[in-house]
Design a protein around this ligand. Structure first.
Ligand SMILES: C[S@@+](CC[C@H](N)C(=O)[O-])C[C@H]1O[C@@H](n2cnc3c(N)ncnc32)[C@H](O)[C@@H]1O
Length: 294
């Protein structure tokens, strides 16, 4: 179990654009280690409220006193796609979605998210339900594996890696993160600094947790939950997610296009060089903040 904790990214930029009324109801869909939630609570006045969600029980189980003693705060252990179960339409002043997983989850070898640590191949954010990465990698068809590596991993060696996995699993099922990262490494030669398993592990995690489907659902749910003038702030770490957010704000790929959004300030915000130096994870973060205008 890791003792490292997660450092929230672009916190000041998030607060500046998200909080427009200090007495509003805000939703932090991705509580994680509570960095953003903690700062949101500091900004709100005594009438403000914060509802935070995380589907990882580990994230919500051990809350610090800062949260448990604050009557303005409530935490829900559920998927953010279920947001509409917990808030009324047009009552929320701001929704924050900080996508992906936290460093705390990544650095815990028992969770199986990291190709740099050896552990069971799990990768479920909520490990009480769904199938693990181990089950998926040992049972999915070669075509399905190729497609996940190609579409979610954008990996040009997707076919070669999928074939190698299928050749090996017939003899020995793949059980650990180390076994899988070694298989990936043996299928492609390592030419750059980036480990070839980087994209493959991220793709499997996105597949196992249905991350894109969850994103579409939470964006749609947020569009109903937000009041007029309410703000939607999304931090993504990958171009596929960012494209979905961008198109959603533009009114594209939606079930209901009657709700309209307009950007607050710049279309997207990146971390400052000082932040990237302090927290290299912020390098690939893209923040988009938009206001519900109709
Ligand atoms: C990048 S971390 C958030 C970090 C957080 N903003 C902080 O300040 O510590 C993403 C969090 O979202 C959670 N998460 C991912 N997908 C989720 C989903 N569909 N529903 C609810 N929580 C989710 C993960 O468990 C993880 O704790």
């Amino acid at each position: 179990m890791s003792i490292l904790t997660h450092e929230a990214v672009m916190t000041e930029e998030v607060l500046e654009s998200l909080i427009h009324s200090r007495k509003g109801l805000y939703v932090d869909c991705t509580f994680g280690a509570g960095g953003h939630s903690s700062r949101i609570l500091e900004e709100l006045n005594k009438d403000g409220k914060l509802l935070s969600m995380d589907k990882d029980k580990n994230a919500t189980r051990f809350l610090s006193k800062k949260f448990t003693k604050d009557s303005r705060f409530k935490i829900i252990n559920d998927s953010f796609s279920q947001l509409s179960l917990y808030v009324e339409n047009e009552t929320v002043s701001g929704v924050l979605i900080d996508l992906g997983i936290s460093s705390t989850q990544l650095d815990d070898s028992d969770r199986g998210f990291s190709f740099q640590l050896d552990g069971p191949l799990d990768m479920r954010i909520d490990n009480s339900q769904g199938i693990s990465a181990e089950e998926w990698i040992n049972t999915a068809t070669k075509k399905e594996i190729e497609d996940v590596f190609w579409v979610l991993g954008e990996d040009r060696f997707s076919r070669r890696i999928a074939k190698k996995i299928c050749d090996i699993r017939i003899k020995n099922p793949i059980r650990t993160t180390k076994e899988l990262s070694e298989i990936v490494l043996s299928a492609v030669s390592r030419k750059s600094k980036k480990h070839p398993a980087t994209n493959i592990f991220r793709a499997i995690r996105m597949k196992i947790n249905e991350e894109l489907e969850e994103l579409y659902k939470v964006l749609e749910a947020s569009s109903y939950a937000l009041c007029f003038g309410g703000r939607l702030a999304v931090i993504s770490f990958h171009s596929i997610e960012d494209r979905i957010v961008k198109r959603f704000i533009q009114g594209k790929d939606r079930v209901d296009t009657s709700v309209k959004f307009s950007y607050i300030g710049d279309r997207f915000i990146k971390a400052t060089s000082e932040e990237i130096k302090r927290n290299p994870r912020s390098r690939s973060a893209i923040l988009r903040v938009a206001e519900k205008v109709a």
